[in-house]
Design a protein around this ligand. Structure first.
Ligand SMILES: [Zn+2]
Ligand SMILES: [Zn+2]
Length: 338
């Protein structure tokens, strides 16, 4: 079978390897059908991921069909359509005991710390394979994982009905967060620097959009919220500057959700946080959000395909990376068919 492997930063190849075998009774063998390319896959390719190890078969957004099940697996059978929850954790450390296995001390993410989904077959623990409804297409269901990230961010930000929610960045994650925040009843403001992405945000229900190259973000947020500020700000643009802006434009008693992996510091005076008792929290991966998101997908309550700009065969991975880099403004989510 074929697999897409990053041998070392900057060097990605399609390699031949044996189809993996079930080694433990609680595992399943999955034939991968569709996968999505994520910003973090690009970081691993470029060597800018602070957590990845090499060589690595990348890919953590993927769906497929169960081919074989281990002896102790009861809830899955050959032919089931599944989406993979890409995290492995110890179950014993402090975060795991707190019900937050996504930040486990021994966290391993498929496609980052362990080989992931950009291969024709993969074995995973049955507990990591979630069934979805038969009527969903592969190219829809493959967006379940990115939407769990959006679900997590709106949960961490405690988005409530009627809250002003400011989302920075209208890439695939920003647009998924927008849809989730709308679902939770938020009034959504989306910022970006690309007009076409802001137009897409409008199509997906953004109540307001702001082009930060043309408008002053702080005064726009003030104007829209009647001087109050955004109640929840979710930073899906993830630069040192956007984090500063987030703290600056969030209302007293508001929440700021941080999602970036940038290691450069931001300049944020303590008083900005103390005076309005802001809650500033990180949002990473997701905590048991697959069942909720799968349910919304099964009912077609979200619009996942709006995030997709390209569909390609997995053997075109180098071309896909070239497109992701050269045409940043036109590219949203690129899907790979296996
Ligand atoms: Zn991702
Ligand atoms: Zn743990």
């Amino acid at each position: 079978m074929k697999a897409i492997q990053v041998l070392e930063p900057g060097n990605i190849q399609i390699i031949d390897r044996a189809i993996p075998q079930i080694e433990n009774d609680d595992e399943v063998l999955v034939k991968v059908r569709y996968a999505g390319i994520c910003g973090s896959d690009m970081h691993i390719y470029h060597g800018t991921s602070p957590v990845a190890t090499y060589p690595r078969v990348i890919g953590h957004e993927f769906v497929g069909e169960i081919v074989e099940t281990g002896k102790s697996v009861r809830n899955l059978k050959a032919g089931d359509k599944v989406v993979i929850e890409p995290i492995y954790y110890c179950g014993e450390c402090y975060p795991c005991r707190m019900g937050r296995p996504n930040v486990c001390e021994k966290l391993e993410v498929l496609g980052v710390h362990r080989d992931g989904g950009f291969q024709e077959y993969v074995t995973v623990k049955a507990a990591n394979a979630h069934k979805f409804a038969e009527h969903l297409r592969w190219d829809e269901a493959v967006l379940i994982e990115p939407f769990t990230i959006a679900c997590q961010a709106t949960w961490r930000g405690d988005v409530r009905k009627g809250d002003y929610v400011f989302i920075q960045g209208a890439g695939p994650i920003g647009l998924a967060i927008l849809q989730y925040a709308k679902y939770r009843g938020g009034i959504c403001i989306v910022s970006d620097v690309v007009e076409s992405k802001l137009a897409e945000a409008k199509n997906l229900g953004a109540d307001y959009t702001v082009n930060v190259l043309k408008q002053d973000i702080a005064s726009e947020i003030k104007r829209i919220t009647g001087g109050m500020g955004a109640n929840v700000t979710i930073d899906a643009a993830c630069t040192p500057k956007t984090f500063e802006t987030a703290v600056n434009v969030t209302s007293p008693a508001g929440r700021v959700v941080v999602m970036g992996f940038d290691v450069a510091p931001s300049q944020i005076p303590q008083f900005m946080i103390t005076k309005g008792e802001l809650t500033i929290c990180g949002s990473r991966l997701q905590t048991n959000k697959f069942p909720e998101v799968i349910d919304l997908f099964n009912q077609r309550k979200l619009n996942p395909t709006a995030l997709v700009s390209h569909k390609m065969h997995f053997t075109q991975i180098k071309e896909a990376i070239r497109i992701a880099e050269d045409k940043k403004q036109q590219v949203s989510k690129i899907l790979l068919e296996f």
